[in-house]
Design a protein around this ligand. Structure first.
Ligand code: GLV
Length: 325
């Protein structure tokens, strides 16, 4: 009897095909939304799950003696997993690091550019038929090349953004992170470590790339936004909840900062309606890793984690270690 695998959301059929030798696959190809109850019931009936960042795996979902042996997240972020609870209940967790680093950094930089150069705001103006003539100050934005790039959270994606800024745009790159990088890594992305306050006060463009946790909840709230330059821009490609979206909407409305670019939101896919009411924000629906090639690589890595763990007890990119299989 093959172990039963639940694929929680639609993914590439070619990836499903690589799973069917090992697993009896239930694929939510129709993308039927889960309720907390249907999700819990489905998890109770499967040995493994391929999840996305929207699908929670925690003590409540798992129950006291879960059938589930593994959940493979098709995302590098894993704040939808309670990893300590999974470990305690004997459930292996994996994510998809590395395969999305450069693509996500490309998008972070695109969002920075779109925000600084007011691309969506000016496109809306054009589409609305408001463009009548050239004006010297029409959608004049903030300089990107040669400016100071601040990065909060300096993991793989932060470093890839730093390289783009320093090497491609001649930016002065500053970062803050839980721990300072070693000198060789700092040199490879030409970035200098500063404390958070210096980062907030100095950055012309601040990009958030830190993982979401209880400690990073509202790492950018009203007090932090107040420390930024009035000409500065803020980009969040990390997770909703790292920015206090209500405080950000106020700061944008009052021009306390110049503009923001957001790919992630508190409580997404719902948005704080105040963000929709301000013009100086670029909004995208959590698509930083969304190229066909990268999404395929993410899905395949999640699938390969599952087959490797069920074949030999060794996932490729595990998030926890279990004593027994
Ligand atoms: C996307 O947000 C990811 O964590 O991969």
């Amino acid at each position: 009897m093959k172990p039963k695998l639940l694929v929680a959301r639609p993914i590439f059929q070619t990836v499903i095909d690589t799973l069917t030798d090992t697993f009896e696959v239930t694929h939510n190809q129709a993308d039927v939304p889960w309720t907390p109850d249907t999700w819990q019931q489905a998890i109770a009936q499967h040995d493994a799950a391929l999840t996305t960042g929207s699908d929670p795996i925690n003590a409540k979902v798992l129950g006291l003696q879960p059938k589930l042996k593994m959940a493979a997240n098709m995302a590098v972020g894993f704040n939808n997993f309670d990893v300590p609870a999974m470990t305690a209940l004997g459930v292996l967790a994996s994510n998809t690091p590395d395969v999305l680093t450069e693509t996500t950094a490309d998008f972070g930089f695109a969002l920075l550019m779109a925000t600084a150069r007011r691309m969506t705001e000016s496109e809306h103006y054009l589409r609305a038929g408001q463009w009548k003539q050239w004006r010297y100050d029409m959608f004049a934005g903030a300089e990107v090349h040669g400016s100071t790039l601040g990065i909060l959270g300096m993991g793989r994606i932060g470093q890839a953004i730093a390289r783009r800024g320093a090497l491609g745009f001649g930016m002065n790159v500053l970062y803050h992170n839980r721990s300072q990088l070693d000198a060789a890594t700092e040199a490879s992305c030409q970035a200098r470590y500063v404390d958070k306050e210096t980062l907030l006060k100095t950055a012309d463009h601040l990009v958030l790339v830190l993982p979401y946790s209880a400690e990073s909840h509202h790492a950018m709230g009203a007090a932090e936004l107040a420390q930024m330059k009035p000409t500065a821009t803020l980009v969040n490609i990390a997770r909703g909840g790292i920015v206090d979206d209500a405080a950000l909407a106020v700061a944008l409305q009052n021009r306390q900062i110049a503009a923001a670019g957001l790919d992630v939101f508190e409580g997404e896919p719902a948005l704080n309606p105040a963000l929709l009411a301000v013009p100086n924000v670029v909004l995208t629906p959590h698509i930083a890793s969304a190229t066909v090639k990268t999404r395929l690589a993410m899905a395949q890595l999640a699938a390969d984690n599952l087959t490797a763990y069920f074949a030999n007890g060794k996932a490729l990119t595990p998030l926890n270690a279990l004593a027994t299989f």
